[in-house]
Design a protein around this ligand. Structure first.
Ligand SMILES: [Cu+2]
Length: 174
């Protein structure tokens, strides 16, 4: 009898930390989902990099539910994260950082190889295929208020199916 009671007590003391861990995981998962920002991100992916490579790109389709501007990128995986655009200058395709990317309400805007993209520079470690990297997008609404979208972005060597496959072969130029 005493032994059984002891075992039950043991089980309970094991259970309680397990529950605490569970709810901690749940909170972690909740944070990984879109919060305040009124925008949807689809088909997000980041391009895998090789050791020694300094930069890579992240891509997705953004659809804002109210007029927004994408004004910043935050990630622990890169020293510098910016929104870039690519433009032809004469015969040369060049890219540069932009302060804000307009996201009209309800209109999908593609960040894709050869076009707008999230530029990750000064990579702190290679982006490894089949892992995920945390990327937070910062948006500004019409009133100037900021909101954030936290994403766990899968690392891939090519765009996901359903992404814009037609542009896949252009790659990311520097
Ligand atoms: Cu770039």
């Amino acid at each position: 009898m005493n032994l059984q009671r002891f075992t039950t007590a043991m089980r309970m003391s094991v259970c309680i930390p397990a529950i605490a861990m569970c709810s901690a995981l749940f909170v972690g998962a909740a944070l990984a989902h879109p919060d305040a920002a009124h925008v949807e991100a689809q088909n997000a992916w980041a391009r895998a990099s090789v050791p020694g490579q300094q930069a890579s790109g992240a891509f997705m389709r953004l659809t804002a539910k109210e007029p927004l501007k994408l004004v910043g990128v935050e990630t622990p995986v890169a020293g510098v994260a910016e929104v870039h655009e690519m433009k032809m200058e004469g015969d040369v395709m060049r890219m540069r950082a932009i302060d804000a990317l307009d996201l009209p309400q309800g209109v999908p805007v593609d960040l894709k190889p050869g076009g707008y993209h999230v530029m990750l520079q000064q990579l702190k470690a290679p982006l490894v295929k089949d892992t995920q990297v945390p990327i937070t997008l910062v948006f500004k609404d019409a009133k100037g208020e900021l909101s954030r979208l936290h994403l766990q972005v899968p690392v891939r060597t090519a765009p996901p199916a359903g992404g814009d496959a037609a542009t896949a072969h252009h790659g990311h130029m520097h």
